[in-house]
Design a protein around this ligand. Structure first.
Ligand SMILES: [Ca+2]
Ligand SMILES: [Ca+2]
Ligand SMILES: [Ca+2]
Length: 315
């Protein structure tokens, strides 16, 4: 891979992930990413790639940079001040993702260089992307989540609010938890707080369905699954994470809405809509994500050598 002799198309992708204010995905997005300026270098010679810049949005931003294929060279940042890396470390990386204040991110973006792999000649593509810094995707499904803890609301109000939220083109919905990995990721967002999620049995008592997202209308729990189930129900084929003896439809009016209980266990409980809680919104599967992205090329030419056995004319 390090000695290809034909011209290849290599993509270096710079990904800048920009999230809005610290609360998460739905806050002010609107970052604008300017990709680096296309440039040229000789084989084996590092070159500065100038022109990368992020503007707009608010709060910290996240940026990623990556070559489109492996083995063609690496990207290095000359300035690492104030950056936190979620992949790579900013030195000789084929891909990297980092976050920081807009000023620190732009200082780093002003110090980008590309070092061609030994012997490589051809065109390298560097891809870039930006987003707000809280927009960390669940690696299990690529979805984003926002914990809304700015005033407790009923489940119905939370469900309506979630559906009105969007994140870089993805429409929100009350979280649908369909695997242990997703359960764990959501729990990491809410800590010891309690929160509404997107399940309800208001349609038919004891028939628990996800109400929104790609799973809308999917039944995940029926009585045959048994109370307190934590895992996949053999009857529905769906993941559950109930607290012991739940759901129990407790009390006179009953309980038709799904919450994660307080304390950090992540366990589920059926709860009355008249109660008010924070809620967690999921983004992914509805709509298409439109993060700011850019493409930059570095053309690596063969080094010019003076033929042996010949003296340059100096007259
Ligand atoms: Ca989900
Ligand atoms: Ca119920
Ligand atoms: Ca209950």
């Amino acid at each position: 891979m390090h000695s290809r002799r034909i011209v290849a198309i290599v993509a270096v992708v710079a990904t800048a992930g920009l999230l809005a204010l610290g609360s998460g995905p739905s806050s002010a997005v609107g970052e604008v990413l300017t990709a680096g300026t296309n440039t040229t270098t000789a084989s084996g010679t590092p070159v500065a790639v100038t022109g990368f810049n992020v503007t707009g949005g608010s709060g910290d931003v996240q940026v990623s940079l990556a070559t489109s294929v492996s083995g063609v060279g690496t990207i290095t940042l000359g300035t690492l001040t104030g950056l936190t890396f979620s992949s790579g470390d900013g030195t000789a990386d084929e891909s990297m993702a980092f976050r920081g204040t807009l000023a620190n991110v732009n200082a780093a973006l002003a110090s980008v260089s590309f070092t061609p792999a030994p012997g490589f000649v051809g065109v390298v593509t560097i891809n870039s992307q930006a987003s707000d810094a809280d927009g960390v995707a669940n690696p299990d499904n690529g979805h984003y989540y926002q914990f809304v803890n700015t005033g407790d609301v009923t489940w119905a109000a939370a469900n309506t609010a979630a559906g009105g939220m969007s994140y870089y083109g993805l429409t929100g919905y009350l979280a649908t938890i369909t695997s242990q990995a997703e359960e764990d990721f959501v729990q990491s967002k809410i800590g010891a707080a309690e929160a509404w999620i997107g399940g309800s049995d208001a349609g038919t008592e004891g028939d628990w369905k996800w109400v929104g997202g790609p799973e809308a209308g999917t039944t995940f729990w029926l009585a045959a699954c048994t109370t307190g189930l934590q895992g996949v129900c053999g009857t529905t084929g769906q993941f559950n994470f109930w607290s012991a003896s739940e759901p129990n439809n407790f009390g006179g009016p009953g309980e038709d809405n799904l919450q994660i209980v307080a304390g950090g266990s992540g366990f589920w409980n059926d709860f009355p809509d008249s109660f008010t809680l924070p809620y967690i919104v999921e983004f992914g599967g509805l709509g298409s994500a439109t993060f700011p992205t850019g493409v930059t090329t570095v053309t690596v030419t063969a080094a010019v050598a003076v033929p042996s056995g010949r003296t340059n004319f100096t007259g």
